[in-house]
Design a protein around this ligand. Sequence first.
Ligand SMILES: Cc1ncc(CN)c(N)n1
Length: 227
Amino acid sequence: MEAGLEQLAEAEGTTATWLKKHHLMYTAATRHPLILSIRDGSIDLDSFKRWLGQDYLFVRAFVPFVSSVLLKACRESDNNSDMEVLLSGLASLNGEIKWFKKEASKWGVVLSSIVPQKVNQDYCRFLESLMGPDVEYTVAITALWAIEVIYQQSFAHCLEEGSRTPPELAETCQRWGNEGFGQYCQSLQKIVDRRLLRATDEELKKAEVALLRVLEHEVEFWNMSQG
Ligand SMILES: Cc1ncc(CN)c(N)n1
């Protein structure tokens, strides 16, 4: 990399550099055909319902993962405010689970009879693999940021001017596409960039791999939902 570009990368943060480097995969995850079909109004509602049921199960598995990142922050972070950012994210999952239940009953999706599909199980297993004490805080929070920002960028796209998102899906898009969630993602990104500045080469590599794995799992999750 040229010296000037290197300085730019440092000024804008490692995460931005990685998103540029992996822009094809990032676009595949944030502009998936399922998201584009919500945005243009052509969404197949069976796909939406499949996504809803599977994502409910995913979010239940996501709670212990976020808790584990919070625990790592309490033990390993060099900055007190990390804990507050993570705690706010964890707290909002309470409302999210309630929302899934309400939304499922609106669409006639019976959550108690949803069986996790293999893609979902694989993703949840990946989350579990990041929960152990051997996984560094920097690596785990990189994965958390990636998981959240993909949803934020995907659903915010469905709320942009010119989108023809069906009104009955607007609430879903608002849940992850709203300003507050965008700010939460930015707070996570700042933590990740701060941690990556002090990371060892090995940690940097592991964090970048975690980002790539999340991108792959997210694309698979959309594919599975689309059927
Ligand atoms: C698959 C998936 N990825 C991300 C999110 C956002 N927490 C979610 N609910 N589901």
